[in-house]
Write a protein that binds this ligand. Structure first.
Ligand code: F6R
Ligand code: MG
Ligand code: MG
Length: 366
């Protein structure tokens, strides 16, 4: 059967500050989605959180960009915002940039990753969700999972993966996209995806079957709002096993934490720490950035799970290393490369300060 998996997320209020989500908001979201399941719009759902982001994981048969499903997501965020305002949570309604829903959550603030596919005999899916980071942060993990044989041995020894994958890369500034065949075009592709603030891997397809393998949220809040309103805190869905990388191959990149953009005030680079859902509570200097992963087996659209994939002890060293990297970055204080390069600070609160001192510049003699 054909199933659509939709993950829609938004930060609609933090508890305390930007560090966590309030249980009442999560509960209200569960109630809303339970009703939608009862009415038949959804086959199944799972509500979770990553730090201050509310994550709605939904299965249905209405296809991608379906108006009713998106409306459900939007209404759930509005109801959560109502509760967040009542509790005076921090930044209540922060990511809802528009007042009214207009058929699709894209462009309204929430992040979105969805895919439609024919459910296989066994359909394991892994859903990654991050806090305190930006769209584009999945670039390196996705590259490693689907194009790096040092990460995914299946690319070398599994016949059904040996021909590689197709990457769809989005130019988030110019609103254009390009397809790359891997492994043939990895060097060309790396020129672009090595700049995650400009280019983001949006989707990946199996080269032989053209089956969708992965999809990520690429919505950039700062471009939508024209100013800094909070970080994108993106999500990413990966299908696993069989003709796709094994669960362990999909999780492996997160054993070596990388530096991503989005820590404190969205203006700092910091290590992406893989944690359990319970530990997605970024507190130190509002971070460091976190990533969680829920795993499910799909059964006729039902979400069998979740399994909290990063709760595993084998990620302990990665967490320790991320903490050491955090110390190393913090040492730089307001200096690059901890603070973002100037051109990326354009969408933070810094331009106001720049404006203040602008008139004081004088021509320099040399
Ligand atoms: C980072 C983040 C926080 C806030 C910071 C200031 O993504 O959400 O670091 O930017 O706590 O928050 P406000 O401006 O809400 O006081
Ligand atoms: Mg927040
Ligand atoms: Mg957040």
């Amino acid at each position: 059967m054909k199933v659509t998996l939709s993950v829609i997320k938004a930060d609609i209020g933090g508890y305390v500050g930007h560090s966590e989500s309030h249980p009442d908001v999560l509960e209200a979201a569960r109630e809303g989605l339970a009703k939608a399941k009862k009415s038949g719009l959804l086959i199944d759902y799972c509500v979770t959180k990553c730090g201050d982001d509310l994550e709605l994981i939904m299965t249905h048969q209405s296809g991608v960009e379906n108006k009713e499903v998106h409306q459900l997501g939007w209404d759930t965020f509005c109801e959560g915002t109502r509760i967040a305002k009542k509790l005076k949570l921090h930044g209540a309604g922060q990511d809802l940039l528009k007042d009214a829903f207009s058929g699709n959550v894209k462009g309204l603030g929430p992040g979105l990753a969805e895919m439609e596919f024919e459910e296989r005999v066994s359909e394991p899916v892994l859903i990654f969700m991050a806090d305190k980071t930006s769209a584009g942060s999945w670039n390196m993990p996705l590259y490693k999972i689907f194009a790096d044989p040092f990460n995914t041995i299946g690319l070398v020894i599994a016949e059904n993966m040996h021909n590689g994958f197709i990457f769809e890369v989005l130019d988030v500034k110019e609103h254009r996209k390009i397809l790359f065949n891997t492994p043939e075009e990895i060097y060309d592709m790396l020129v672009l995806i090595g700049a995650p603030s400009h280019y983001a891997v949006r989707a990946i397809y199996h080269k032989d079957t053209n089956e969708i393998a992965a999809v990520s949220s690429t919505q950039k809040l700062c471009f939508l709002a024209g100013r800094y309103v909070g970080k994108d805190d993106p999500v990413c869905v990966v299908r696993s096993q069989g003709q796709f990388p094994a669960v362990g191959e999909v999780l492996e990149p997160f054993c070596a934490p990388i530096l991503v953009e989005g820590w404190m005030r969205g203006s700092h680079m910091g290590p992406l720490m893989p944690v359990s859902v319970q530990d997605s509570t970024p507190t130190r200097f509002d971070g460091p950035p976190r990533v969680i992963c829920l795993g499910f087996q799909l059964s006729n659209g039902k979400l069998i799970g979740p399994r909290d994939m990063f709760a595993d002890r084998s990620f302990d060293l990665a967490r320790e290393e991320a903490n050491l990297m955090a110390d190393m970055m913090r040492r730089h204080g307001p200096f690059e490369p901890h603070r973002l390069p100037l051109e990326q600070m354009e969408y933070t609160t810094m331009p106001q300060v720049m404006k203040k001192i602008e008139g004081r510049f004088q021509p320099a003699e040399d």
